[in-house]
Design a protein around this ligand. Structure first.
Ligand SMILES: CC(C)(COP(=O)(O)OP(=O)(O)OC[C@H]1O[C@@H](n2cnc3c(N)ncnc32)[C@H](O)[C@@H]1OP(=O)(O)O)[C@@H](O)C(=O)NCCC(=O)NCCS
Length: 174
């Protein structure tokens, strides 16, 4: 199991509804909000509802230090003619950045997509100035495919976002 910085208390596993409180804390951190589309004052009820909505078309992987959830990544699979495409989301608690947790979650999502769920294309949207996230995605072979101008409103201004995607490079053959 991945152990960022050799922390023996670090694990990755599926979240449970009881982690809603940790998601509530994490989602209301300033850096987390800056990098995502969360509104301020995201409520515990909204966090619980979000966790309850995670169904069979979404896989969630959470990172824990001991019993505390400190990060989460999701891969939501589209349906029908878009069933080969997954939508990625990721966020780490502000106090746990730079410890390799994002890297561990990305590796787990890619393993899930490539080796278990057979999702060859993964898409995401990232603020154009979120250099840390863009660098992380590029390390996992995501490429910028386009820019959405002013597609989000953040801290008093319209913000540009990039659409990024990764194709599995070597599709398995029967
Ligand atoms: C983007 C994010 C997921 C990265 O997670 P993380 O756990 O900090 O990432 P890692 O520790 O695995 O580090 C990944 C890279 O980013 C760098 N990095 C991480 N935090 C950094 C910081 N605060 N300043 C500068 N670089 C940083 C690391 O050095 C590493 O670079 P390297 O590969 O050259 O060593 C995390 O910062 C986050 O959750 N941000 C808020 C929410 C967000 O922006 N989500 C993305 C939505 S699209």
């Amino acid at each position: 199991m991945a152990t960022p910085k050799g922390d023996p208390e670090f694990i990755l596993r599926a979240p449970v509804i009881e982690d809603s409180g940790d998601l509530f804390e994490m989602s209301n951190m300033p850096r987390y909000r800056w990098g995502t589309s969360r509104l301020p004052f995201y409520s515990l009820a909204e966090c619980r509802a979000y966790m309850e909505r995670i169904g069979t078309q979404t896989r969630a992987i959470s990172a824990y230090v001991g019993p505390r959830m400190v990060g989460m990544a999701t891969l939501g699979r589209y349906e029908g003619r878009r069933a080969h495409v997954g939508d990625l989301g990721i966020g780490i608690h502000d106090e746990f950045h730079g410890r390799g947790i994002g890297t561990a979650l990305m590796a787990a999502i890619i393993d899930l997509a490539d080796n278990w769920w057979n999702v060859p294309r993964i898409e995401l949207i990232v603020y154009a100035d979120n250099e840390t996230a863009i660098k992380l995605y590029q390390r996992f072979d995501f490429k910028i495919e386009g820019t959405l101008r002013g597609s989000s409103f953040r801290d008093g201004a319209y913000a540009d976002s990039h659409v990024m995607a990764r194709w599995r490079t070597s599709p398995p053959t029967p």
